[in-house]
Design a protein. Structure first.
Length: 318
């Protein structure tokens, strides 16, 4: 039995090629693992079956194998898994099957891009760790403030149980909820920009590397994207004034091989997008402080400080 790990096994233990690198997201694992197995001579269906057996924690792989066993085409089985990363792999697989081009290099590049996205998400989560800890701290402070006030002889609970206290609790909870929803909205907005960039160049490269004329690459890629429903690949990238068309025209006019030019354009687009996404992640770490200052911290004042302060003033006035 071929045993698959993400760290190369010793030669005495491995009966086949091994996948190197970190595990990464499930789709990246599937793409890189399938690429390595395909290079080892396994058929596509056999490669996916081996991956599904060795990685039972990836439920999508088992679902893909089951669908393929029922006679469904592998690209369709991949596209049915729900996530945009799986449909990205499905488009590449579909084009490679139709063009008769090597699939393993394309899968390797897609897997690398998916791991880059996962690294970006990890970095973004690290930047948001501080604000999230602040929210948890603020949620714990009102009970602590009430307890401390009681120990000092200023019991705030009579105030909280009064109509004025009910209003304070309502206002404080509303502020806290708004702050949390605001921060989550900022994070979700940034996460919607997570995608593999430059895919149109790589998909066109798959077509031309199978021997198809460059003039037909754009139409074939558009048809495959439409058939699979790959949302990461917008149709505006195939317009007449899009960079893809410019690269195809430049290669033809210069008389140079179009394949390497497409890969270079893809790498440049991905590098530029990575820089922009990293900058957006750093800006998010600063922007998320706004709901903390506007909503979350005032909620602490309303819920934790105001009741104790009112109790103290009543005690002084009495």
């Amino acid at each position: 039995m071929i045993r698959w790990t993400w760290k190369r096994a010793p030669a005495s233990e491995a009966s086949g090629p091994a996948v190197s690198g970190s595990s990464g997201p499930p789709a990246a694992l599937a793409a890189a693992g399938a690429a390595s197995l395909l290079r080892g001579g396994l058929s596509a269906s056999r490669a996916l079956a081996v991956l599904a057996r060795e990685h039972p924690e990836v439920a999508e792989l088992s679902a893909i194998v089951d669908r393929a066993a029922r006679g469904e085409a592998i690209p369709d089985a991949l596209a049915a898994q729900g996530g945009p990363e799986w449909r990205t792999i499905a488009v590449a697989w579909r084009l490679a099957d139709a063009a008769g081009s090597p699939l393993a290099p394309a899968l390797d590049r897609i897997a690398s891009a998916l791991r880059d996205i996962e690294d970006l998400r990890t970095r973004r989560d690290a930047l948001l760790a501080g604000p999230r800890a602040t929210v948890r701290l603020v949620c714990a402070l009102p009970p602590a403030a009430a307890l401390l006030g009681g120990l000092l002889g200023f019991d705030p609970f009579p105030v909280l149980l009064s109509p004025a206290g009910a209003a304070l609790i309502l206002v404080g909870l509303v502020l806290l909820g708004c702050g949390i929803l605001w921060a989550r909205g900022l994070h979700a907005s940034a996460a919607r920009d997570d995608r593999v960039h430059g895919l149109e160049f790589e998909l066109a490269w798959i077509v031309v590397s199978g021997g198809a004329p460059p003039e037909s690459a754009r139409r074939r890629v558009v048809d495959a994207v439409d058939a699979v429903g790959a949302e990461w690949i917008g149709f505006d990238r195939f317009a007449a004034d899009a960079p893809l068309v410019g690269a195809l025209v430049s290669a033809r006019s210069a008389g140079v091989p179009v394949g390497p030019m497409l890969l270079e354009a893809s790498a440049a687009a991905r590098s530029s997008a990575r820089t922009e996404l990293e900058g957006a992640a750093e800006r998010l770490g600063v922007r998320v402080l706004i709901p903390l200052g506007v909503c979350v911290l005032p909620s602490f004042i309303v819920l934790g400080v105001a009741p104790v302060l009112i109790t103290m003033l009543r005690g002084v006035g009495g």
